[in-house]
Write a protein that binds this ligand. Structure first.
Ligand code: 6R9
Length: 672
């Protein structure tokens, strides 16, 4: 495992220990936590069962964890039945939180008076009623029932919450596709899942401009066979939105026809029934549809909302993640609502109309628990402290980040500038596959000394470790691979772990350490003397651009679908704001010559045919790419050239001249 562990060129302060002069959080000795963690792992099933009992089940389970029908796919709480919409709504409506605010939604636009033009607030009762009405529609007008599939392609509007909770209420398995993704990404996900219904919007607001979403959805629908009905949320109220008679319906028109008294009882959903399938990038061109079940997933969210976010009734919780990402599923929609929290949702970008928008939001609603990202933090650092300092942040009490490694200086900025050295600041490690947080500081349980940039220790019941190629724990301070050695609720669920592809699921995550049964995460990490884990980046062909997960193969496929490109190699280079950004080396087809226009055209092509977040920051033209004798592109060499690092072993390289090509192309643009 090459190289020193570092994050964005900053070395990792293993020895630094920062303690808070704050007695709101129980402090324990690191050794004491490690001892209690070890016993939690020994009795993991007992722990998860105790947590499960804190939730409401319509039917109790027979067994905490049992073998599924495919290798490595377990069933959690088999025999049990529950309903996530009931957990998130009915439980509160039937109790003391009935009139508590569930959601505070703020639109992007700012009026002349400086206040947001649109704010919508929903109590638990309001949200429960809307969810009932929409579930009623889905069931009675659209014939949706348990086991059916639907796709959701929506921006950050309150209706998105209503739609997901209504699907959960009926047991309709949903897939959310990020609203920044292209028609191709949408249609391939719809087809893979076999969605019958699509819920989308006419458009979305971004930096004061309106972007049409329905046009993209229409394009996607031309490539799909399964969707016969489309529900469209009116967001930009464009006169140009085309609606196909007999297929497309306006959300608000439909809802006007449903009485306020409409009710749909929460279906009893088997614990192992798939709540959703979320597609994420892997090491091939085809995204992986990770399945999350109902019971195990709910238990993991419940545990982590308590331990990591310490959620209390007095809190105002805000995680600005989009619902299109797993963070949006677990810690924007389901986690906070299951816990009965008041959550803030903001529609727009962090610097609109000014770079202090997020701090305004925190001040306006008195946000106390804040879940951000390293990229957003680094952007805000660049804007400067004044934007932060002019807003009241005294309500903040806990800050965490997610999505990518946080460099120590960004951590310090969150701790010192944003949290004024009052708040625990953590970096929660997890992934789409894990369903919820796995390695983190746990202010809701106790507080260990903090270290700038670390993820901290594994949460109770999770046996995460850093190992070498053979699966042996690495020495402290040495780089290794992150694994999870045991099973956990919320892990990719029944029936197949990965939608339609149990073999790929087993191969991808369990083949690497087959004899030991470890779950291979695909990340490099270091463990320090105190046992703290520091995840330093991906060890595979997956990029993390501004926290967004992108597969090199997917990006290369998008590039070579352009008429001028015959081959492409994509690698990531470090970026001071986004953590890393993709660059592409492209071999052109016969008849096409390198030019500045073509460079731009290819970047634009990726923007519109894949996603704006995947746009290569640079395109280099070469005559050939470094390949092995068997024809595999050696991205490792391309990356070494771009980073100016030694090439390492080149025994399998077919043609050394190809490396010089890459070098020349890279240098000619970088120097100029
Ligand atoms: C939740 C999410 C997963 C990958 C993961 C790792 C990186 C996420 C991190 C982190 C270091 C953290 N990652 N959180 N790396 N510190 N706190 O991001 O899911 O989009 O599936 O990405 O993100 O590389 O393997 P997902």
């Amino acid at each position: 495992m090459p190289g020193e562990a570092e994050i964005l060129g900053e070395s990792l302060p293993f020895e630094e220990r920062i303690e808070l002069p704050n007695w709101a959080y129980r402090r324990v000795d690191i050794e004491d936590y490690r001892a209690s963690h070890a016993s939690s792992v020994r009795d993991a099933a007992g722990q998860w069962e105790r947590l499960a009992k804190e939730l409401f089940w319509q039917r109790p389970w027979d067994k905490v964890v049992s073998e599924g029908d495919h290798p490595h796919v377990s069933k959690w709480f088999e025999g049990g039945a529950l309903n996530l919409s009931q957990l998130a709504l009915d439980r509160h409506v039937d109790g003391d939180r009935r009139n508590k605010l569930a959601l505070i939604w703020e639109g992007e636009a700012i009026g002349k008076d400086g206040a947001p033009s649109e704010v919508r607030k929903f109590t638990y009762y309001d949200l429960w009623r809307e969810v009932n009405r929409f579930a009623f529609l889905l069931k009675n007008n659209f014939g949706m029932k348990k086991g059916d599939k639907m796709a959701v392609y929506l921006p950050m509007v309150p209706e998105a919450f209503v739609v997901l909770l209504a699907a959960a209420r009926l047991g309709v398995t949903f897939t959310v596709v990020f609203s920044g993704f292209s028609a191709e990404a949408l249609s391939s996900r719809i087809n893979d899942l076999g969605a019958k219904l699509l819920v989308t919007a006419d458009g979305l607001n971004r930096r004061g401009k309106q972007v049409s979403l329905k046009d993209i959805a229409d394009k996607a629908l031309e490539q799909t066979r399964t969707v016969s009905q489309v529900i469209v949320v009116r967001r930009i109220d464009s006169k140009d939105t085309s609606m196909k008679a007999g297929r497309d319906y306006w959300f608000d028109d439909l809802m006007r026809g449903v009485p306020a008294s409409a009710r749909v009882e929460p279906e009893p959903i088997e614990s192992e029934h798939p709540l959703y399938v979320l597609y994420t990038s892997g090491t091939t061109g085809k995204p992986k549809g990770m399945i999350h079940d109902s019971g195990g997933y709910a238990v993991l969210l419940h545990a982590t909302m308590k331990w990591v976010f310490d959620i209390k009734d007095s809190d105002v919780y805000w995680c600005p993640a989009d619902i299109g990402w797993v963070t949006g599923h677990s810690y924007v929609v389901f986690g906070p609502l299951i816990e009965g929290a008041t959550a803030v949702i903001y529609e727009g970008t962090l610097d609109f109309p000014q770079p202090d928008r997020w701090w305004q939001v925190i001040e306006r609603y008195g946000v106390s628990v804040f879940y951000t990202t390293p990229t957003a933090t680094r952007m805000q650092m660049r804007f400067g402290e004044d934007f932060v300092r002019k807003h009241d942040r005294s309500s903040l009490r806990i800050i965490h980040s997610v999505g990518e490694p946080i460099n120590p200086s960004a951590w310090r900025w969150l701790f010192e500038v944003v949290g004024e050295k009052r708040c625990p600041v953590g970096s929660t490690w997890w992934m789409t596959e894990t369903g919820g947080i796995m390695v983190s500081h746990l202010p809701g349980l106790m507080l260990l000394p903090m270290k700038p940039g670390t993820n901290g220790l594994p949460i109770p019941g999770i046996d995460a470790d850093v190992v070498d190629d053979k699966g042996e724990p690495v020495k402290h301070g040495e780089k290794g691979l992150l694994v999870i050695k045991n099973k956990w609720p919320g892990m990719p669920g029944a029936p197949t772990g990965m939608w339609g592809d149990p073999e790929r699921y087993a191969k991808q995550y369990f083949e690497r350490f087959a004899s030991r049964g470890y779950f291979y995460c695909g990340d490099y990490a270091v463990k320090d003397n105190d046992g703290y884990i520091w995840v330093a980046g991906r060890a595979d062909e997956v990029l993390k651009v501004a926290g967004h997960r992108i597969g090199t193969f997917e990006l290369e496929s998008s590039i070579v679908s352009h008429k001028a490109a015959s081959e492409a190699a994509v690698v990531a280079i470090p970026d001071p704001i986004k953590g890393e950004v993709p660059i592409a080396f492209v071999v052109l087809r016969q008849g096409f010559a390198p030019s500045e226009e073509l460079r731009k055209e290819i970047r634009l092509w990726v923007r519109s045919n894949f996603s704006p977040i995947a746009e290569p920051s640079q395109v280099y033209f070469v005559n050939k790419l470094p390949k092995t004798r068997s024809g595999k592109i050696m991205r490792r060499l391309v990356k070494a050239v771009a980073e100016g690092k030694p090439l390492g072993d080149i025994a399998t390289l077919e043609d050394e001249a190809s490396v010089d090509e890459v070098k020349q192309a890279y240098e000619s643009l970088t120097v100029s």
